[in-house]
Design a protein around this ligand. Structure first.
Ligand code: F0G
Length: 466
């Protein structure tokens, strides 16, 4: 027997009040934040869908383990727990703790990268790309062509284009490839899963050319859910077995534990190769901390060790993926152009289709993000030309490939009625979408400008799409 209602497989033991704001208050708060929700105070947000990163509710088991945290500088018991959990899951001998994912990226891509090096990915996440580029190397994204069509129902839109991968390796020479990075699930490409078949093909290509193959594994459990249910050969595997098998195809991984390890902070690098691990460890000690804690407290490491087990619980993963799909499917039914099929941790709205009259240089994604806040106190994030746009030599915007808005769902935090509310707010947004105006940037930085950019709404009347 199966029921339609999504059953949250937990009950609430501790609550955090949400302050309810009025539309007038929200106009004021958004102006103060220069129309950039990253600059809002979180207590002025009612439903925070900015990120699923570090926003999970921890379980009683995790909180309990935290009390037992060993805060020794070197060789802490909590470290050994975390290390052995990661070794068991990934099969990698060398584990380095970091305070979050990007700290691992900075270390690893500084060691592997530098001028002349090329990194190839299904899609580099923004901090991944920034760390690679900051060290002087080039990051190239080659998602499969199916990923570009936001309404095309393809089961593994997160896959990397293996044909292009082979061509790029041959073009640049294997010795110049820093690494091939498979991001699972493909966050910036819509939270879409990567199939095991695709990972196996990448492994074969990388082995043939002796190129390093890495996994950006922060949502590896969610990815495993999709593999079990969409890739016939894996239907009898457990989620953990699937994730383990995927790690074992690669040479190493960087994980932001803030996602699928169900914790508020943490991360790690895990590697097969000792020499590479030694180089990374040197950098780790200089900037993160000694190699048995990285930037973490003993209690954080306890919570990670427990979270990495809990996340593979079948009822949790079922609820997680089904509740995300519930939001996506209902928005789709309300006429909102969402990326289909819905991914694991978030629903992505195609703002280019929602606001056909707003061109990329007027940031349709940011427009939707501001509308969500003004109408409903909901905070989301633009993943489009504000985040990924570049300028050409004449200073003209080279837009991102897509203008998406991500509604990321924190793990185990919101209930069904919060989600129903989000659907209602979208229904309001749909009513006056043709009158909604775009934005211009007033102030920005060179790297990761979306975090701090200041914007202003455009005053002129929009040109309606024909
Ligand atoms: N890789 C991916 C695929 C990510 O989604 C993130 C973070 C990172 C690396 C970096 O990890 O934040 O711990 O330093 N993503 C967050 C997000 C920020 O909102 O999607 P971090």
């Amino acid at each position: 027997m199966s029921f339609k209602t999504i059953f949250e497989p937990f009950r609430i033991k501790m609550v955090e009040p949400i302050a309810v704001t009025t539309p007038e208050e929200r106009i004021h708060f958004l102006k103060q934040a220069h129309f950039n929700p990253f600059l809002l105070h979180s207590e002025h947000v009612m439903i925070d869908m900015l990120t699923d990163s570090g926003t999970s509710a921890m379980s009683a088991q995790q909180w309990g383990a935290m009390i037992t945290g060993d805060e020794s500088y070197a060789g802490a018991r909590s470290w050994h727990k975390m290390e052995s959990e990661i070794r068991d899951l990934t099969g990698f001998e060398y584990v380095l703790p970091t305070h979050q994912g990007r700290a691992g990226e900075r270390i690893l891509y500084q060691v592997l990268g530098g001028p002349g090096k090329i990194f190839i990915s299904n899609t580099h996440f923004d901090t991944t790309r920034a760390n690679i580029e900051y060290a002087g190397a080039t990051a190239i994204d080659i998602p499969v062509p199916e990923a570009a069509n936001t309404c095309f129902e393809y089961p593994f839109k997160g896959n990397i284009d293996t044909l292009k991968l082979e061509q790029l390796i041959e073009k640049h020479g294997p010795e110049n490839i820093g690494a091939v990075i498979l991001t699972v699930t493909n966050n910036s490409g819509g939270g879409q899963p990567v199939s095991m078949k695709n990972a196996m093909d990448v492994k074969a290509i990388c082995s043939k050319h002796s190129v390093l193959f890495l996994l950006d594994s922060c949502r590896v459990a969610e990815n495993a859910y999709f593999i079990k249910h969409r890739e016939q050969e894996f239907k009898d595997f457990t989620y953990r077995e699937i994730a383990s098998a995927m790690f074992r195809l690669t040479d190493g991984t960087v994980m932001s534990a803030k996602k699928d390890a169900l914790v508020n902070t943490g991360g790690f690098i895990a590697l097969k190769d000792e020499n590479l691990a030694i180089k990374c460890r040197d950098l780790l000690i200089i900037t993160e901390g000694f190699s048995t804690y990285g930037g973490l407290a003993g209690r954080d490491m306890e919570a990670i060790a427990v979270g990495l087990r809990e996340v593979f619980d079948p009822s949790y993963l079922h609820y997680r993926i089904k509740s995300t799909a519930y939001l996506g499917d209902h928005l789709n039914q309300a006429g909102v152009p969402v990326m289909l099929p819905v991914g694991g941790h978030a629903v992505y709205v195609d703002a280019k289709k929602l606001y056909p009259h707003i061109p990329p240089h007027e940031y349709p994604g940011q427009t939707l993000v501001c509308e969500l806040y003004l109408k409903g106190g909901i905070r989301a994030v633009e993943i489009g030309s504000l985040m990924f746009g570049k300028y050409d030599e004449q200073g003209k915007l080279i837009p991102a490939a897509m203008e998406l808005v991500r509604l990321a769902i924190p793990r185990r935090v919101y209930t069904q009625s919060h989600i129903e509310y989000v659907i209602e707010v979208f229904q309001e947004i749909m009513k006056d979408r043709h009158q909604t105006k775009g934005f211009k940037i007033l102030k920005e930085t060179k790297f990761l400008r979306h975090f701090t950019a200041r914007l202003e709404p455009l005053k002129q009347e929009p040109v309606l799409a024909v």
